[in-house]
Design a protein around this ligand. Sequence first.
Ligand code: NAD
Length: 505
Amino acid sequence: MTAPRSSTQADVIAHWSEGKLFHGTGGVTAAVTNPASGAVTGEVLLATRDDARAVIASAAAAFPAWRDTSLARRTTILFRFRELLDQRKEELARIITAEHGKVFSDALGEISRGQEVVEFACGIAHLLKGEATQNASTDVDVQSIRQPLGPVAVISPFNFPAMVPMWFFPIAIAAGNSVVLKPSEKDPSAALWIAELWSEAGLPAGVFNVLQGDKVAVDELLSNPAIKAVSFVGSTPVARYVYATGTANGKRVQALGGAKNHAVVLPDADLDVAADAMVNAGFGSAGERCMAISVLVAVGAIADDLVERIARRARELKVGDGTRDADMGPLITRAHRDRVASYIDAGIEAGATVVLDGRTVQPDGEADGFWLGPTVIDRVRPEMSVYTDEIFGPVLSVVRVDSYDEALDLINNGPFGNGTAIFTNDGGAARRFQNEVEVGMVGINVPIPVPTAYYSFGGWKASLFGDIHAHGAEGVRFFTRGKVVTSRWLDPGRGGIDLGFPQNN
Ligand code: NAD
């Protein structure tokens, strides 16, 4: 964090409130770096409690009119947002590559997956329809409706600065809520670009706001009575804290946490298909994906062959600046890069075998970038820290087991339950796995089984606190609440006094 500075300097990354940039008290900032060069490219404002209150007030002021705006008008704006996003997504992808480091094609990919949720939300009218019963009792009709909650908060991690916020805000806005997005302070500019796009699409000022900051901003969102619901995505310790604090303050909370995703490869699997999948899912976005495969569970005698095929492929990957012709970019910060490298050291010390060592990579990028190449560590055992901890880097651990049952126990005994995959040509084994594995998202010969937008995204156990998953029908449910209306239009011929409890008749 840097010393207080003037918020009028050009490279200050501000909040977005009441439909325009907002500098608040403009006090403390944090440096934003380009991970491929190590250069500081901006200073993001870190909100004070007062700044946060001002942004929340913007969302609260905009809510009543937005709630009462017709569904037709709301979805027209969503369609416009979708069109603008589709036309201009390369601008957003460039911002993501510059602050996150992921390669340009990967940045475009995350935007496209977020755009799917916008497209889903364009059809929200169908999912907001309630039920109606005529004459439930004599002359009495009953109908159920779903209404928006009010101002809601979305708190997002660094690894998907566009897609993760888009898991939530299109549905929240389409349903009639106003939104305060608190992006990661490590890559905050994507959120501002999105805010400007909403303005261009015609969204009224204050319906979508951006609050830049850290724990101070989050704590205000968790305690301010105007905020009715919180969608959080980040590491498990913070998710646990957000869920406990938000719910204690009476808010609806879904808090998606960390992961340690295993892929099981059975002896009958196609080893080339499995090796391709391990490389793609282990090293895409430098392993900084909550659905990355970080543990390969090799069943039976295939292990040597499979590890050799993976290492051969991973060795060919080009690590470098995401704006160039690279397969894999740098890690998010130097501290994170060093932390990931320390797990490789610890694995070696504990007796694992490094088959491919990313610490010695020669990147196509600036010397001061936060580089770490693809790393494959074989003969990892479950008690090693390289196995137990979420590393969030390009490190694929290989655990060798003798049977399917051993592989299943390994997964089910772990603390996380985000994603998993099995590679096999045996339909019976795959079917058994999908039934027995205690994980929220399962891939069968699919390494990163991120559900499409009209299904819902969410893990089990320490990968999600709360009981409602993101987007799809569950997302609509999260951002609305039910009301049941019982009505009788009085016929002047009926009436009379009756103090008994109302009966259906
Ligand atoms: P993080 O937990 O450090 O930060 C997430 C958000 O919380 C950020 O906006 C940050 O500013 C805020 N925050 C950080 N520390 C806080 C604190 N002490 N109190 C209150 N707020 C705090 O996570 P990250 O490093 O940005 O992202 C990586 C993590 O996110 C990984 O653990 C990854 O698995 C997880 N993740 C999970 C999913 C999922 O769907 N389950 C998706 C993406 C990322």
